[in-house]
Design a protein around this ligand. Structure first.
Ligand code: MLT
Length: 241
């Protein structure tokens, strides 16, 4: 198995993806929200690129069966039911509902890697389950941090580094790491005792604090709280078997 990580969020060559597992990571906060919402009983999540598309998509389904969630500049979008704080996605709100989600970086990342053989949503909340799923698939892997406005994202890279460390610890050799994967693993080792330190150093972490979402950093930093892995298939995210 080869493990690669793409530091910047641009669409990879589709030919390179057709046989690979891709793990999309947006720790702050889109993939953390997906893991949380499905664990609280949301039936499925449809990741959407734009706000207009999200409103159009909501019209397709019976009233009351869908919720609109997401953010722009970290804030809830006018006319939406939920913002992008995982703490909002509790069973009382989301159980049995289809969720239409649009976020600045995370939901777009799923579209960029849609030609992957198997596309998973990873976060600290479900990191061990994600590692196990990758090992079970036993295919080459591309970790795809969704970044921050097209730039590298420290917290996503560190989460990717943790995934690489878990897979290399638990998997049978040969596991080949690209130089990018080695870099992410080394970076994770720097922060492994206190990943939230990295959140506080990161651009988006600081932005979330300044916008009133400090508690989301602590929430998204919880490791292995949810032993399930969302799978993106045919435009929809659901928990995998
Ligand atoms: C994103 O997709 O860019 C994020 O999840 C942004 C956020 O939650 O503030």
């Amino acid at each position: 198995m080869q493990i690669d990580i793409q530091f910047l969020p641009f669409p990879p060559n589709p030919h390179l993806l057709s046989d690979r597992v891709v793990v999309v990571i947006d720790v702050l906060r889109a993939t953390s929200v997906m893991v949380q919402a499905l664990s609280q009983g949301a039936s499925e999540i449809i990741p959407i690129a734009t706000v207009e598309e999200a409103f159009q998509m909501a019209k397709v389904f019976p009233r009351g069966s869908v919720l609109l969630g997401g953010e722009r500049e970290s804030q809830k979008i006018p006319g939406f039911d939920l913002g992008n704080s995982p703490r909002e996605y509790v069973a009382e709100r989301v159980k049995g509902k289809k969720l239409i989600l649009t976020t600045t970086n995370g939901t777009k990342a799923f579209r960029m890697v849609s030609s992957g053989k198997e596309i998973l949503a990873g976060s600290f909340l479900n990191i061990e389950a994600t590692a196990q799923r990758c090992l079970k698939s036993d295919r080459d892997l591309l970790i795809f941090p969704s970044g921050d406005g097209g730039n590298l994202s420290l917290e996503d890279t560190i989460c990717g580094g943790m995934l690489i460390e878990l897979i290399t610890q638990k998997g049978a050799p040969p596991i080949v790491l690209t130089d990018a994967s080695q870099c992410a693993k080394i970076l994770y080792q720097r922060f492994k005792d206190d990943p939230i330190e990295a959140f506080h150093l990161s651009h988006h972490g600081k932005e979330l604090i300044s916008r009133g979402f400090r508690d989301d950093l602590a929430y998204c930093c919880q490791i292995n709280m949810i032993p399930l892995v969302p799978l993106f298939r045919e435009g929809v995210v659901r928990f995998s078997d």
